[in-house]
Design a protein. Structure first.
Length: 219
């Protein structure tokens, strides 16, 4: 689906470098996070959370993720909770294995890699979390570069595209930060409606992908 304001000249058979957000775009990580939170949080007097609540703050790096999820609770408690949650979350991701990915993602990435596209990860998640997720999904080997463990996604994307022609680059994400990072660097940005992209945020992206394979239309 093409949205108004999109520069169609940015899409016609020029792309070589594809940057992906991870959580909420490639991986359905919230289901592991929700499980871990509801195991650990009650031990500290924190309320259980719904998957939809977790999805709404996915994309914010620690500790901001926890501060937004529990805005009424002391940071010192949340800082203790997050270390235990992160450990349990990664263990749960390993249990999910390839099922941590959204349907069709592994096939899409394999096809893109086989066709010679350079694939990158730009995630605000920790290096351990990103590595666990990509390894569990069995897709880590498909990426040319993996960038993570930073809160500033704009700089992360800038580093990835250094030396590349902007018209050869595209970013796929699901959150406002993804849109902002791509637009600040002057590259096409596509929203993952098959992931955590909400309807009210569709207009932030140049176009929206209903299914992973819709990406091919913009390459």
């Amino acid at each position: 689906m093409i949205l108004k304001g999109m520069d169609i000249n940015m899409t016609a058979g020029t792309k070589k470098h594809i940057i992906f957000d991870m959580d909420g775009t490639l991986s359905d990580t919230a289901k592991a996070t929700t499980f871990a939170l509801n195991e650990i949080a009650p031990q500290y007097g924190l309320p259980e959370v719904q998957n939809s609540e977790v999805r709404s703050v996915m994309g914010f790096a620690d500790p901001e993720f926890f501060y937004r999820l529990y805005p009424q609770h002391p940071h010192e408690i949340l800082n203790e909770v997050r270390y235990k949650v992160n450990y349990l979350e990664d263990s749960r991701i390993e249990v999910f294995g390839k099922d941590i990915l959204f349907p069709g993602i592994a096939l899409l990435l394999t096809g893109l890699s086989d066709k010679g596209y350079n694939l990158y990860i730009a995630s605000t998640g920790s290096s351990g979390h990103v590595d666990t997720t990509l390894e569990s999904g069995e897709i880590k080997h498909l990426f040319t570069g993996i960038y993570c463990n930073e809160t500033d996604k704009i700089n992360m994307v800038r580093e990835i595209i250094t030396g590349c022609a902007k018209e050869e680059c595209v970013m796929v994400g699901d959150m406002i930060k993804d849109s902002e990072a791509a637009k600040a660097n002057g590259i096409l940005v596509l929203g993952a409606a098959f992931g955590y992209l909400t309807l009210e945020n569709h207009s932030l992206f140049d176009a929206v992908l209903d299914e992973p394979n819709d990406l091919y239309e913009y390459l």
